[in-house]
Design a protein around this ligand. Structure first.
Ligand code: 8YV
Length: 332
């Protein structure tokens, strides 16, 4: 082997990804892949990252002060998720480590799932299926698994970014739902018109929504944005759907509200301690629970991993990034 051949930079792909994505990365890097089903603890991640200049992460892989201090050669962490609450962005910027996420590629797929979870929750899909599978279906009656109306009822959206807007369009145009929303900042008039969505205060949102959809990013400020106080402001006939992050909802307060009939039903795709699920949630019949699958279609998951890979390639080979979160790090 020639001495002039330069070793490729080493990277870690911290979660199993589709083979074509690994092949793409292997053109440029010495790639350490992670087998299916393996989730590294922080200590293991630090061990795996030794000598690596880049890492492709999923939403559960934390890049914070401990990893940064123990892996001084790390230059980029590319998240295959749009949410990046697993990144300590300030610490990454201070350490000169570029962070990227995966926006846009999952917007429509996640919005589809938001509607699916809303429909399943309001129309008691899984609860009635469990009843049928248990052999308990003996007769039909008029009030048999009656649920909440979806079409024409008011959808409240908390968090009106790309995914919130895509849900609003589906709800307004497809289901004839009046849409109200609350967001850190109000959308411009054209976007509001395209979504047929009306801006309201958080209190108005809680009071008006027949169905409340949570699509806001998780941050310390949004921790338990929906807790006992907020649940008490909602209609007792309302449903709550969370496709954002588990920490946005106080799960114990949610269970109390559902059990007490202060909320009709909830659809939950994200959990406070996932992949552990609060055991109390499992005892409540009027919930639909899914294991964080809102973006889970083959094309979308492939697009998410490919965008993360493209960010690694762009930064480590050309010093640029496609979807940087802390662009001030570039060229430092
Ligand atoms: C991901 C998500 O599947 O993109 C996000 O923020 O929540 C999901 O689409 C998950 O976070 C991957 O780790």
């Amino acid at each position: 082997m020639s001495d002039t051949l330069q070793a490729k930079p080493a990277i870690l792909v911290a979660r199993s990804v589709f083979e074509p994505v690994l092949d793409k990365l292997r053109v440029h890097f010495d790639v350490q892949a992670t087998p299916t089903g393996v989730v590294w603890s922080e200590a293991q991640l630090i061990e795996q990252l030794q000598g690596k200049v880049g890492v492709l992460t999923a939403g559960g892989d934390r890049i914070g002060p401990a990893v940064l201090a123990a892996c001084p050669q790390l230059r980029i962490a590319a998240n295959l998720a749009v949410g990046y609450n697993n990144f300590d962005l300030d610490a990454m910027s201070a350490a000169g480590v570029l962070a990227t996420n995966a926006p846009d590629v999952l917007t429509e797929t996640t919005a589809d799932f938001g509607m699916a979870l809303l429909l399943a929750t309001a129309r008691r899909l899984t609860e009635s299926e469990h009843f049928l599978r248990a052999g308990r279906w003996k007769e039909w009656s008029l009030d048999f698994f009656v649920g909440a109306e979806v079409h024409g009822s008011t959808l409240g959206i908390l968090g009106m970014g790309r995914i919130g807007q895509a849900i609003a369009r589906r709800a307004a145009h497809g289901f004839g739902m009046p849409v109200v929303y609350h967001n850190r900042s109000r959308l411009d008039a054209d976007t509001e018109a395209a979504c047929r969505a009306r801006y309201v205060s958080k209190a108005e949102l809680l009071a008006q929504a027949d169905h409340l959809m949570l699509v806001l990013p998780y941050s310390a400020a949004n921790h338990h944005a929906i807790a006992a106080t907020e649940l008490a402001q909602m209609k007792p006939t309302a449903t709550l759907v969370n496709i954002a992050r588990g920490g946005i909802v106080d799960e114990n307060a949610l269970v109390d509200a559902l059990k007490a009939g202060r909320l009709a039903a909830a659809g939950i795709d994200v959990f406070e301690g996932e992949p552990q699920v609060n055991p109390a949630l499992l005892t409540v019949p009027n919930v639909v629970l899914t294991p964080h699958i809102a973006s889970a279609t083959v094309p979308t998951r492939l697009a998410m991993a490919t965008l993360a890979a493209d960010n690694l390639i762009a930064y480590l080979t050309e010093g640029r990034a496609i979807t940087p979160l802390n662009p001030q790090v570039i060229g430092r």
